[in-house]
Design a protein. Sequence first.
Length: 41
Amino acid sequence: MYFNNCCRCMPSPEAQSEETARALWALSERLIQEGPGSQSG
């Protein structure tokens, strides 16, 4: 559940996507492993 301008809203289809969640998790893990200031190819 989300709130927008103090009104309860349903999440968008994108926010409920398992595929998007997996991709975001993988990206987050990669960014954490690289650390700040690291050079990626």
